[in-house]
Design a protein around this ligand. Structure first.
Ligand SMILES: Nc1nc2c(c(=O)[nH]1)N[C@H]1C(S)=C(S)[C@@H](COP(=O)(O)OP(=O)(O)OC[C@H]3O[C@@H](n4cnc5c(=O)[nH]c(N)nc54)[C@H](O)[C@@H]3O)O[C@H]1N2
Ligand SMILES: Nc1nc2c(c(=O)[nH]1)N[C@H]1C(S)=C(S)[C@@H](COP(=O)(O)OP(=O)(O)OC[C@H]3O[C@@H](n4cnc5c(=O)[nH]c(N)nc54)[C@H](O)[C@@H]3O)O[C@H]1N2
Ligand code: SF4
Ligand SMILES: [Mo]
Length: 688
């Protein structure tokens, strides 16, 4: 008889929740292991035993016949997903020879380590895995701008860093605002804390152009035009001042530039003016100000929905001003709940070793502009592209350009994956990656304050390998002998955690081994901005010299979206049953459905389309095919679909990102997916 054991791990998908899980494993007498269940860990104080509609069937997904188990070499043309199986030896020889050749002929920067967000953990995820090897090669730097740099910039100007109150403390808020985030879909485990706050009397305000499943549950739902949140924040601020709800005493002691900012706001903004810019009723903006004025502290949860626009950094900057105006940054339940990531304090330098680079910091290549970078850079041209945990053909904007870049015949592309995707179609070599319950990892979160050790519950199937092991083997094949580059997972993990003098205080591999997770060493309750802010002045900065130097203006101001006119403003946010494009290949996740576009009855009538009609949605950049749902869940002038769905769901192989642009946000260089004007066209109109 074998034995059963339980192994604690953690989800490393790009999701704020970073759930703790328990894998039940059956071990036979010969030591062979089989995972029989994977479920949420009830011991975890934030995720409390739940997983989600995406990951509940993770083990079935891991065992799916579509899982890649062996290295593959392309035999068909680029774009075909036509491969033959080869051995790891041959795969590594081929990859090493192409890397060596590129470095010799064009220099290290002709190699692009494109580490994407399919896994965002410390050891196996986007910032850590492979870093020592690619630093040694002097490869280009991967500028991971696809998700949140605009918000980071906006928060950086006011609060001083992309730092945040503990989102779980929304349970202590007097008024809770979910601003541009669909909590029940994209940050599920925060919801019980929101409910707790509401049970204690806090009204819930949701600001979202779409009546999402989260917005439908709000006490007050405001649906501004996409990309106009900065104006709404200014209007609410003017309303608060008019109500005498600005905490002048707090502001005098803890803020910089308040009086000057207040006077410019009052001179130029009112609930009425904001309502006009946002397409709301003035009464709605007043109702928002009334709720905030009546019940403090004000806790605002904002994530990415507000920051996928031309004026994104300005919007996040302005939203973050509201809890300062009400004087709530120092109070439990008050402030902006944005990202807790920076409180971890991993020793990135020791882990990633930027000092191994042969010369300087290296050229940066912009993730969201993969296609453009591949087609236009000649200084040197990218010769080898290594993609891991990414599916840029589906997830990057401007799909036509992405495809054109990847189709370059002289480019050697390697993709590490679990399944074949629209991106592997362009790969010369596909390598089978391990999944999270099959590898050692260290997991942080952008929504809570626990660090987690994920231990392998079972060995990877077939010839799958963790990223770290793939890069060690490649390094050896390249003749690299530096022990730092060949370091084991445990050595890398210890480097990231640090010791008594550096890294995360109070955390060691041994302390993590006890329960699998541990609260990082911050006070409880956690009031990061009670005394000071990490700004140059130590105060909340309405007036910011940093912003002025960056060209963002000394005082915050509204910046309109890039695409403000014509057609429908199309928002393409998180799909409830997928994480970006991860799981699209799974029959279990078929509930993600076929591509749908939500359109207001007025716009449907104008375009002459009925509910259930199949249409082409698009603009000059490209089109995709979707089924129309006529609904008042979107306002006139706005349409909504979801991100992530891939080729199998689209008759012509394109997806929503055929229509999005690769333009960047005002500051921070963020992608602008929700800043996208489209038209509805008859299906017969050909794809571009
Ligand atoms: N189920 C699921 N969960 C996910 C993901 C997923 O794909 N599926 N993705 C993960 C990732 S990578 C991320 S970054 C996070 C993102 O999660 P969120 O931060 O929640 O971001 P989005 O899904 O982009 O958009 C959230 C909401 O913002 C709204 N929105 C769009 N434009 C605007 C605007 O201009 N103003 C306002 N106020 N709202 C706007 C959208 O309608 C949407 O309902 O979720 C993570 N969690
Ligand atoms: N239209 C539109 N597009 C968007 C967005 C939007 O709001 N609207 N949001 C953007 C955002 S927020 C993000 S973060 C990006 C995400 O874009 P990407 O980072 O490219 O993420 P995915 O598309 O999920 O691709 C991840 C791939 O990695 C694979 N994978 C998952 N786990 C692992 C692993 O452990 N190892 C390996 N080797 N592979 C793994 C999955 O099978 C999947 O194919 O998409 C962006 N795209
Ligand atoms: S995707 Fe998010 S909610 Fe689902 S298990 Fe992973 S961390 Fe938890
Ligand atoms: Mo993201």
């Amino acid at each position: 008889m074998g034995r059963r054991l339980e192994v604690v791990g953690a989800c490393a998908l790009d999701c704020p929740d970073a759930c703790s899980w328990v894998v039940t494993v059956e071990e036979d007498d010969a030591g062979g292991r089989r995972a029989v269940s994977l479920r949420g860990n009830p011991e975890h104080p934030f995720t409390r035993g739940g997983l989600c509609a995406k990951v509940n069937s993770y083990l079935e997904y891991a065992a799916s016949p579509r899982r890649l188990l062996h290295p593959l070499r392309r035999v068909g043309p680029k774009g075909s997903n036509d491969f033959e199986q080869i051995s790891w030896d041959d795969a590594l020889d081929l990859m090493a020879s192409r890397v060596r050749d590129a470095v010799e002929r064009h220099g290290g920067e002709s190699v692009w380590p494109y580490s994407a967000t399919g896994t965002i953990s410390v050891l196996q995820g986007c910032s850590g895995s492979g870093a020592r090897l690619f630093n040694t090669l002097g490869a280009s730097r991967h500028v991971g701008n696809i998700c949140s740099p605009a918000g980071h910039a906006g928060m950086g100007f006011t609060v001083g860093a992309a730092a945040s109150m503990d989102p779980a403390d929304l349970r202590h808020s007097g008024t809770i605002v979910l601003w541009g985030t669909n909590t029940l879909t994209s940050n599920l485990h925060l919801w019980p804390f929101v409910t707790q706050g509401r049970d204690a009397g806090a009204p819930l305000v949701v600001v979202d152009p779409v009546r999402t499943r989260t917005a439908a549950r709000a006490d007050l739902h405001l649906a501004p035009r996409p990309g106009t949140d900065g104006a709404l924040a200014l209007g609410v601020m003017a309303g608060l001042v008019a109500r005498g709800a600005a905490d002048e005493e707090y502001l005098a002691a803890h803020a910089l530039g308040w009086e000057e900012f207040r006077d410019t706001v009052l001179a130029r903004w009112s609930p009425q003016r904001a309502a006009e810019v946002c397409g709301l009723g003035a009464a709605e903006v007043d109702a928002f100000a009334d709720l905030v004025a009546a019940r403090r502290p004000l806790g605002i949860r904002t994530l990415m929905g507000v920051q996928r626009h031309g004026g994104a950094a300005a919007a996040v900057r302005l939203v973050s001003c509201l809890p300062a105006v009400t004087g709530d940054y120092g109070r439990l339940g008050g402030g902006t709940a944005y990202s807790t990531g920076r409180f971890y304090g991993f020793d990135d330098d020791a882990h990633q070793r930027p000092d191994l680079r042969p010369a300087g910091p290296g050229r940066g290549l912009v993730m969201s502009r993969l296609g453009r970078e591949l087609l236009t850079r000649s200084d040197p041209p990218v010769q080898v592209l290594v993609v891991w945990a990414g599916n840029p053909v589906v997830s990057n904007p401007d799909q036509r350009t992405t495809r054109a870049g990847l189709a370059r015949e002289d480019l050697f592309t390697v993709v590490v994956e679990h399944t074949l995707t629209d991106t592997t179609a362009y790969a010369d070599l596909v390598l089978p990656g391990a999944m999270q319950h099959e590898q050692l990892d260290l997991v942080d979160s952008y929504s809570h304050l626990y660090v987690q050790l994920a231990r392998p519950a079972v060995p990877p199937p077939g010839e799958c390998l963790p990223h770290t092991e793939i890069f060690r083997r490649l390094a050896a094949r390249l003749g690299i002998t530096d022990p730092a580059v060949l370091a084991s997972d445990e050595e890398l993990l210890r480097a990231a955690i640090g010791d008594e003098t550096r890294g995360i205080p109070g955390v060691t591999l041994e302390s993590l081994q006890e329960k699998g997770f541990q609260r990082i060493d911050v006070p409880e309750p956690f009031l990061p901005f009670a005394e000071t802010f990490p700004t140059p002045s130590g105060r909340f900065e309405f007036a910011s010299a940093t912003a002025e130097t960056a060209g963002a203006g000394r005082l915050p101001d509204y910046r309109p979206p890039h695409e403000a006119l014509g057609g429908l403003a199309l928002v393409s946010a998180a799909n409830h049953y997928l994480v970006n494009s991860t799981f699209t290949d799974s029959p279990k996740h078929a509930r993600a459905g076929d591509p749908v576009v939500l359109v207001h009855p007025k716009d449907a009538a104008e375009a002459g389309v009925a509910d259930g009609a199949t249409v082409r949605v698009g603009n000059d950049r490209g089109t995709f095919v979707a089924v129309v749902t006529v609904t008042d869940a979107v306002r006139p002038g706005v349409a909504a679909t979801t991100k992530g769905l891939s080729r199998d769901r689209f008759p012509d192989g394109s997806s929503v990102n055929a229509t999005t642009s690769d333009a960047l946000s005002d500051h921070g260089g963020g992608a602008t997916f929700h800043d996208n004007r489209v038209r509805l066209m008859p299906l017969e109109e050909p794809a571009r």
